[in-house]
Write a protein that binds this ligand. Structure first.
Ligand SMILES: NC(=O)c1ccc[n+]([C@@H]2O[C@H](COP(=O)([O-])OP(=O)(O)OC[C@H]3O[C@@H](n4cnc5c(N)ncnc54)[C@H](O)[C@@H]3O)[C@@H](O)[C@H]2O)c1
Length: 393
């Protein structure tokens, strides 16, 4: 209820801009907490740790959740949030830099200048570099075609900025989300197969998740379909590309360059390969965005029961139009919702509005009711077969 004081336990160093989202009059936030309602963390490992009965939700400031025992938390009705897309702009900017670096021999030219430590005369240095500079010439990206594979949070931003830089953009994403479609410029040409995208692109950039279907999506066969002299950028995940096949394509001059955030020994020392030490999301702003998103999602859940960006419970939101709010999680089996509605009917509690969503084995419900649910009603709902957890928020 409005007067409740929530306790948030912090792990790791969470960006202050995120922690300052929690209003001090309603939240006690810190690394020590006797009865935490929520956790906020980055990569702290929760496996094997005791789980307090009070814990309702965990917010991970970042995308991956393998530091959290998600299946166990799901069974306990604990909602696990992550922050997809919070680092998308950071990756977009990195990919933009990579695109330009792959097209012109900027890094090679800069490295050559640094080698001239034994030249002491500025005039001599200028003459020498003037003579050598043609080997560092390159091409422009304007007017070329960029093929974007995966048009989610990052891919859609990359596609839009490439248009701004004067490129033609083709995109392939068979499962484009509505949010991403809204973000995407109508000037991005949607193609309906990877093959069609590869055939028309001078640059190909990958922005798909690492799942079974995308493992080695770029293999020897796919590389045969690239335009001769095309460049490949991989800022998604290592396993999406068969790196041995890329080396062969580079050796045979079919691929002009490979640029990636995921170095492998076989790629070192090659003039047409640019390697970055997984820098895509490494900006202060990305870290801040993650912590703000994690904090906001946690608060929205604790205060209103809304679930946005959870990895284990369905996206469930309902605007508050008054009354009292009951939320409950349950096993995704028939008759649970009916049983809960019967409890309310038996106690003469009228439902104003409700939403019920499911995700695999679990379901989640938000119900706004006219009269205040008594502890007896809450106990009766909790006792209904299949109900995992009930709250009044
Ligand atoms: N380099 C880095 O530091 C860094 C940082 C953040 C994210 N990433 C990686 O970037 C990638 C994209 O992240 P995001 O936040 O944009 O994810 P996202 O979930 O918003 O978007 C992924 C998109 O890929 C599409 N997709 C899935 N399978 C596909 C397929 N077979 N063919 C074409 N499209 C397909 C989905 O429909 C979705 O639109 C992920 O692999 C992520 O791990 C890298």
């Amino acid at each position: 209820m409005a007067s409740k004081m929530y306790q948030i336990k912090t792990f790791d160093r969470i960006a202050g801009v995120g922690l300052s989202r929690f209003p001090r009059e309603r939240y006690a936030v810190g690394p020590e907490s006797a009865r935490p309602d929520g956790y906020i963390l980055r990569s702290y490992k929760l496996h094997g740790q005791d789980v307090p009965d009070s814990l309702l939700a965990v917010a991970r400031a970042g995308a991956g959740v393998n530091n959290i025992p998600v299946a166990d938390y799901t069974r306990r009705g604990i909602v696990v949030f992550n922050t997809p897309g919070a680092n998308a702009n950071a990756v977009k900017e990195m990919v933009t830099a990579a695109l330009l670096l792959s097209s012109r021999r900027i890094l090679q030219g800069m490295n050559r200048v640094q080698e001239l430590t034994d030249v002491t005369d500025a005039g001599e240095m200028a003459r020498l570099l003037e003579k050598e500079k043609k080997q560092f010439a390159g091409g422009e990206i304007a007017g070329k075609t960029l093929g974007v594979v995966g048009l989610g949070a990052i891919g859609s931003m990359v596609a839009n900025i490439a248009l701004e830089l004067g490129m033609h953009v083709a995109g392939f994403d068979p499962a484009l989300s509505v949010e991403a479609a809204w973000r995407l410029s109508s000037r991005v040409q949607k193609v309906d197969s990877l093959e069609a995208l590869l055939r028309c692109s001078d640059f190909v950039t990958l922005h798909v998740p690492a799942i079974e279907a995308t493992r080695h999506m770029i293999d020897a066969d796919a590389l045969q379909r690239f335009k001769p002299g095309a460049r490949l950028l991989n800022f998604a995940r290592e396993e999406i590309v068969d790196v041995d096949a890329v080396v062969t394509a580079l050796d045979e001059d079919r691929l002009a360059a490979y640029v990636t955030d995921f170095p492998a020994p076989v790629l070192l020392g090659r003039p047409n390969v640019l390697l970055f030490p997984h820098l895509g999301a490494s900006t202060a702003e990305a870290e801040q965005n993650c912590s703000v998103m994690a904090a906001d999602q946690l608060m929205d859940f604790l205060e209103h029961g809304n679930i946005v960006n959870s990895v284990n419970f369905p996206q469930t939101r309902m605007a508050r139009e008054g009354g009292y709010r009951i939320t409950f999680a349950n096993d995704n089996v028939p008759r649970v919702l009916g049983a809960v509605l019967s409890v309310l009917a038996d106690h003469n509690v009228n439902v104003i509005d409700m939403v019920n969503k499911s995700l695999q084995d679990v379901a989640y419900n938000i119900m706004d009711v006219e009269s205040e649910p008594t502890p007896e009603i809450v106990r009766a709902i909790a006792a209904a077969d299949g109900v995992i957890r009930v709250r009044v928020v």
